[in-house]
Design a protein around this ligand. Sequence first.
Ligand code: PAF
Length: 291
Amino acid sequence: MRLVRLEEELREETGAWGAPGTTLGFVPTMGALHRGHISLVQRARVECDRVVVSVFVNPTQFGPGEDLQRYPRNLERDCGLLESEGADLVFAPEPGTIYPEGFSTFVEVAGLTSGLCGASRPGHFRGVTTVCCVLFRMIEPDRSYFGEKDFQQLVVVRRMVSDLRLGTEIVACPTVREPDGLAMSSRNSYLSPEERRQAPLIHRGLSRAAEAAREGCTDLDEVKGCFMETVSEGGLLSVSYLEAVDPSTLESRSLSEGRPLRLLTAVYAGKTRLIDNVELVPPASLRRSRC
Ligand code: PAF
């Protein structure tokens, strides 16, 4: 496995893999790798001939007062993990490589980015889509792997790739969880022991909401109530948003339409913002009656 920092080195390396039919898988990350990232690399390893992983803490997706400075960084450890997972190449650019002097073009996906996390993190998705667009152009992957934990990001990036014909297939991979259900996130390291103890209530609440929907409850207030009640058991958790949306358009929808929805949430555990989501699947009887 090689670690490269410059665009020229990256292109030299990937250019040498150019035999016709060679498939290139790409896993974009901000480092501080955990089992969630590793599952993306493993999936790419199975599905592609070559695997490139980027490690880049992207400054443009952090708002003022967010955690850009203290975001965990440990490239040596990340490279060790990636080497043992069989990644072919790690691309760890300096900010000036992605955003050279004079850089002034940003990619913004309208609509999909205005609600949910976009409402409280203005500019966040603009930063994500811009860096992903630049990385896709540099790496030219056949497939790019994203986790479902960042569900809105997944939908937004997929839209951008389709609209701009960026020519990479976006592969969605299931959220990887701690044994107690907490979704893996590099930001979990910020949690105090008490916050960490309460954080699994988020997944537990989402699971209860999903169960209510599965059992035929079509009243979204009631379904959401299952979540709110569970999360309120932890005195340190406060809900930033909780919304049931269409999984492709991210528009609010009713369960009585009989189609699966996605229930997305962001919850503060103390000062740390955690996100998670679950699929709400109405029972088959309701689905059939609406066909
Ligand atoms: O999900 C992340 O880690 C980041 O948003 C991404 C996709 C690597 C872009 O910086």
